[in-house]
Design a protein around this ligand. Structure first.
Ligand SMILES: [Zn+2]
Length: 91
């Protein structure tokens, strides 16, 4: 059973999820404390990910942009020189 919620319903989830995880998960993994601004689907919906809390990570805007580009495929490949050994772009 696939449950996908968008639009107005999604807005309430968004606030609830940000309240549950107020700090950017990717920054936190790198020892940086950054306020999260958007809940991100770890496995994107268009790749079959579910709109459930277990598939959500809250990210700051730069991390979300990077993640979205990666989800889409090729975008960041030509900038690999700027990506550090940990797989994330150098700050
Ligand atoms: Zn971040």
């Amino acid at each position: 059973m696939v449950e996908r919620r968008r639009g107005r319903h999604g807005q309430r989830d968004r606030q609830r999820r940000l309240a549950a995880e107020p700090l950017c998960r990717h920054c936190k993994a790198n020892g940086i404390i950054t306020a999260a601004v958007t809940p991100d689907h770890i496995v994107p919906l268009f790749k079959g990910g579910l709109d459930v809390d277990s598939n959500i990570q809250c990210l700051c805007e730069p991390c979300h942009s990077i993640k979205t580009a990666e989800d889409m495929g090729t975008r960041l490949h030509r900038r690999q020189a700027e990506i550090g050994a940990d797989g994330w772009p150098k700050a």
